[in-house]
Design a binder for this molecule. Sequence first.
Ligand SMILES: Cc1cc2nc3c(=O)[nH]c(=O)nc-3n(C[C@H](O)[C@H](O)[C@H](O)COP(=O)(O)O)c2cc1C
Length: 202
Amino acid sequence: MKIDFDNLDRHDCHQLLVGMVTPRPIAWVSTVGEDGIFNLAPFSFFGGLGSKPPFLYISIGSRRGEKKDTLRNIEYAGDFVVNVVDESLAEKMNQTSASYPASVSEFTEVGLTPLPSDKVKSPRLAESPISMECKLDRILEFGDSIDVNMVAIGEIVRAHVRDDVLSNGVVDPSKLKAIARLGADFYCRSGDLFEMKRPTHP
Ligand SMILES: Cc1cc2nc3c(=O)[nH]c(=O)nc-3n(C[C@H](O)[C@H](O)[C@H](O)COP(=O)(O)O)c2cc1C
């Protein structure tokens, strides 16, 4: 089957894209607004860039033409924190994706604990095994005005890694148990691992 995105509406384009780009890691993004309210929401159009310095990007769509709280807060504070979602946090992560008004903190609504970050204004999430404090580097704009996507790129200025997910100083995927997003409403666990060494010669 050959598919041309020009012939699909917005919903079908999105469904196809999230079905093809998979599995996607989940950035559980904590931010603070001008009013001091802490916000928490998941984003799976997310990834890492570079190494030293390391950067993260998240792509934030619009909600009926309005900015999502996460974007508004990042623009205000100039920073954000990406928290990793493990299996034990899956249900609560999903709850924080509901469209709460800006005046409501998902931390309070869902029963999660904000902790002060070391180097940014945005809080980090106590329950998460890994949190990455990011200073906003730039925001890129994609799409048209009706369906605009803003990609926030942040430099990681501090990481917090819980000791029990480390083996010999390296994050151990079998201990981290991160979950990832698939197409439709599916998720996967990272329990079915196999190892493959990089070739030494081409
Ligand atoms: C697993 C998961 C991944 C998501 N990924 C994205 C994403 O990459 N971009 C986006 O704009 N919304 C994404 N969403 C939807 C947002 O989480 C949702 O719009 C949320 O209400 C935004 O909250 P905010 O207004 O507090 O920023 C995702 C939702 C879930 C459950």
